[in-house]
Design a protein around this ligand. Structure first.
Ligand SMILES: NC(=O)c1ccc[n+]([C@@H]2O[C@H](COP(=O)([O-])OP(=O)(O)OC[C@H]3O[C@@H](n4cnc5c(N)ncnc54)[C@H](O)[C@@H]3O)[C@@H](O)[C@H]2O)c1
Length: 285
């Protein structure tokens, strides 16, 4: 907690205890979970939160285990603290164990970043029902299970906590051919607002971040599929979409990580229920 002022005009035992608690709070390393942390934005968020001094519990699917351990190793090699946990956000038991493992690995849980998500480029008329259900499963059921497990943990601990979800610019204005994806991100924005309403009484804040166009594997896929649709060369669909970025460059994971660092830290204590865009100025909220 930066620059917290303790007025000492009237020294009382209660005040002395508060100062002691503040010191303890200063010293205690906070524990944060980041899902989808094997690569891309999640990896960037994990690296940044570790740099902020947090114990970062990085989680991803079993198929990503080797990349996940790479993320944890990069953090530990840089002098930070990380624990890697294989977890599938669509599986309730897996998310429950992830939260329990994080609370056990650290000194309780302080923040949860529900970052895991998938994208699919397809016209609505051709969208397969199983694919539709799959994207709902990861992008919204996964966020619901993550938010709820984190909130239950904070409530059991009797501590405040920060819950942060991955939305997108498409939570404000969909992209054509990313219809179901856009709908899930719109739903993350709604769930974030409802959770903020229900959990404020426990001292839990719930916010989401809305990246624009970030040069990760997800955009490689979007670029490839849009290119195939429109007969473009590799990179052309990305370049075309990037023209709408006021700040004139495609985003990198650290742009998003900086916002998440703020949302996970004390400077955002009075913010809840918001979906904050970090898109270089594509969309105004
Ligand atoms: N890349 C962008 O331009 C962009 C823009 C807006 C929002 N986002 C959102 O940011 C988040 C991260 O995106 P990214 O670009 O880094 O994507 P990415 O595909 O590079 O990484 C996503 C990670 O999530 C993991 N994941 C997928 N399903 C999972 C599951 N069921 N359980 C646990 N982990 C799972 C993947 O294995 C992968 O490591 C996503 O929610 C995405 O929708 C990305």
């Amino acid at each position: 907690m930066h620059g917290r002022t303790v007025w000492c005009d009237q020294w009382t035992p209660r005040r002395a205890r508060r100062v002691e608690e503040d010191h303890h709070e200063h010293r205690r390393q906070k524990t944060v979970v980041v899902t989808g942390a094997a690569r891309g934005i999640g990896e960037g968020i994990a690296l940044r939160l570790a740099k902020d001094g947090h114990h970062v519990v990085v989680a991803d699917l079993g198929v990503m285990e080797s990349d996940l351990h790479q993320t944890a190793k990069a953090i530990n090699d840089a002098g930070g603290t990380a624990t890697a946990v294989v977890a599938d956000v669509t599986d309730e038991a897996s998310v429950t164990s992830l939260v329990a493992a994080a609370a056990e690995a650290g000194d309780g849980l302080d923040a949860f970043v529900a970052n895991a998500g998938i994208a699919q480029v397809e016209a609505l008329l051709d969208y397969d029902l199983a694919d539709f259900q799959k994207i709902l499963d990861v992008n919204i059921t996964g966020v619901f299970l993550s938010y709820r497990a984190a909130a239950k943990q904070f409530i059991a601990q009797g501590t405040p906590g920060k819950i942060i979800g991955a939305a997108s610019i498409v939570a404000f204005r969909p992209f054509a051919y990313l219809g179901p994806y856009s709908a899930t991100k719109w739903a993350v924005r709604g769930l974030t607002q409802a959770a903020a309403m229900e959990w404020a009484e426990y001292g839990i804040t719930v916010n989401a971040y809305g990246p624009g166009i970030v040069g990760t594997a997800m955009w490689d896929l979007i670029d490839e599929k849009l290119a195939a649709r429109d007969g473009l060369q590799k990179g052309e669909a990305l370049a075309e979409n990037a023209k709408s970025i006021l700040l004139g460059r495609v985003s990198v994971p650290n742009d998003v990580a900086q916002l998440v660092s703020f949302l996970a830290g004390p400077d955002s204590d009075y913010i809840t229920g918001q979906t904050i865009l970090v898109d270089g100025g594509i969309q105004f909220s």
